[in-house]
Write a protein that binds this ligand. Structure first.
Ligand SMILES: Cc1ncc(COP(=O)(O)O)c(C=O)c1O
Length: 394
């Protein structure tokens, strides 16, 4: 068996061109056919791309590498991680269907359900991601067509029983779809766990340098045709330049993410002692409620966690702390080489798990990059000092 570090180096390499290690970067719109028969085969037979939106060899090298890493039957690259979510939902659902969606999904995934799917006559029920498969089974209706998982979830980082949920969903003929961005293609085998459609925001660790936006949808054969057709109809397109950047990121993903996992553990060990932190939400951390589920399903993961600040963190204290941080950028996305924070209040964005967030604490989503953890800790410490005058001392 080839080990994953080797696959990261070899996957998707076709040795095409003049012997360069990497595939050439194709820039194309028109693709010329060399004969009438070639035209008929490409256009009517769809055996080769007939137009650039369907891909080019640089894009296919990345697509094949990503698919191979998770043992996918088929993969299509999409113009963003979000379109990797929306394309399969549009392809696989129809009017009158019901969909079960984890309460902690990525915000725009929720917006897609609440606005676009709702308008199409598709109803969404949000479920607590930490629910047992038996409790999830009770939510399945005769018209439930798809169960959407994201593990761990966005912002509040809840782990899910992926295999258990998939087994129950399949018992009732539902399609299972997983956003596995946090686990990356390194630390999970979605199809072995029963997932039917697995999506990855390539934007994050695969590209890894905060300079690419892209997604990947992998699916079993019975669902893939509808997905690739929908991608084509919606005008999905990935450039050769961006595919080359993501491919370059992919080759070094393991060393980056392993270092980032070490860094976050060091930072969290320090934060655990701090009175300002009420709870650390990070499944690889032994205190996390999803730790054993994480160990069962994944062999690693992102350096992305959430911190629940203690109730003394008023709006002003949270502002003072965030504004005082020098090494951390404040901004969306993650998976790059740099540390980032996003302040948020879960109560605003949860329905099925609203009770847990009733006290409305300030939380911080924290991504730890490749900086020296000693500098990161020093930055956090000086920011806590700056927030102290604003703490509420009731
Ligand atoms: C879990 C998850 N899925 C999907 C996406 C969407 O990816 P993109 O930003 O490439 O559209 C994100 C982006 O933050 C995400 O965190």
């Amino acid at each position: 068996m080839t080990h994953i570090a080797t696959s990261l180096v070899t996957a998707g390499r076709t040795h095409e061109g003049f012997g360069s290690v990497n595939p050439p970067i194709y820039r194309a719109s028109t693709i010329l056919f060399d004969s009438f028969d070639g035209f008929c085969e490409g256009y009517y037979g769809r055996t080769t791309p007939a137009y650039a939106r369907q891909g080019n060899p640089t894009v296919f090298a990345l697509r094949d590498a990503l698919g191979a890493l998770i043992d996918a039957e088929h993969t299509v690259l999409t113009s963003s991680g979000l379109s990797a979510v929306t394309i399969p939902l549009l392809a696989l659902l129809r009017q009158g269907d019901h969909v079960l969606v984890a309460d902690a999904v990525y915000g725009p995934t929720r917006a897609m359900c609440d606005h676009v799917l709702h308008k199409m006559g598709i109803e969404t029920t949000y479920y607590n991601p930490m629910i047992t498969p038996d409790d999830l089974e009770a939510l399945i209706r005769p018209n439930t067509r798809l169960v959407f998982l994201e593990a761990p979830g966005s912002m509040t980082i809840e782990m899910q029983d992926i295999a258990g949920v998939c087994a129950v969903a399949h018992k009732h003929g539902c399609i299972t779809m997983l956003d596995y961005t946090w686990a990356t293609p390194l630390y999970i085998k979605p199809f072995a766990l029963g997932v039917d459609v697995a999506i990855q925001a390539v934007t994050k660790y695969v590209a890894g340098h905060s300079d690419v936006v892209m997604g990947a949808v992998s699916a079993r054969t019975q669902h893939f045709h509808a997905i690739s057709k929908m991608a084509a109809m919606l005008g999905n397109y990935v450039t050769g330049d961006e595919a080359a950047l993501a491919l370059r990121g992919l080759r070094s993903m393991k060393v980056r993410i392993e270092q980032q996992q070490k860094n976050i553990m060091e930072v969290l060990a320090w934060l655990k002692q701090r009175p300002e932190i009420a709870e650390i939400l990070y499944p690889p951390h032994p205190d996390d409620a999803g730790h054993s589920l994480w160990k069962k399903h994944m062999s690693g993961g992102a350096s992305l966690c959430a911190l629940v600040l203690n109730p003394s963190f008023t709006h002003e204290a949270t502002r003072a702390w965030c504004d005082a941080l020098k090494l951390f950028g404040m901004g969306f996305s993650w998976g790059g080489y740099e540390s980032l924070i996003v302040p948020f209040r879960p109560k605003e964005v949860r329905t099925a798990t609203a009770q847990k967030w009733e006290s409305d604490p300030w939380c911080i989503r924290m991504h730890i990059g490749l900086e020296d953890p000693r500098d990161v800790i020093a930055d956090l410490e000086q920011a806590f000092a700056r927030a102290t005058p604003f703490l509420c001392r009731k």
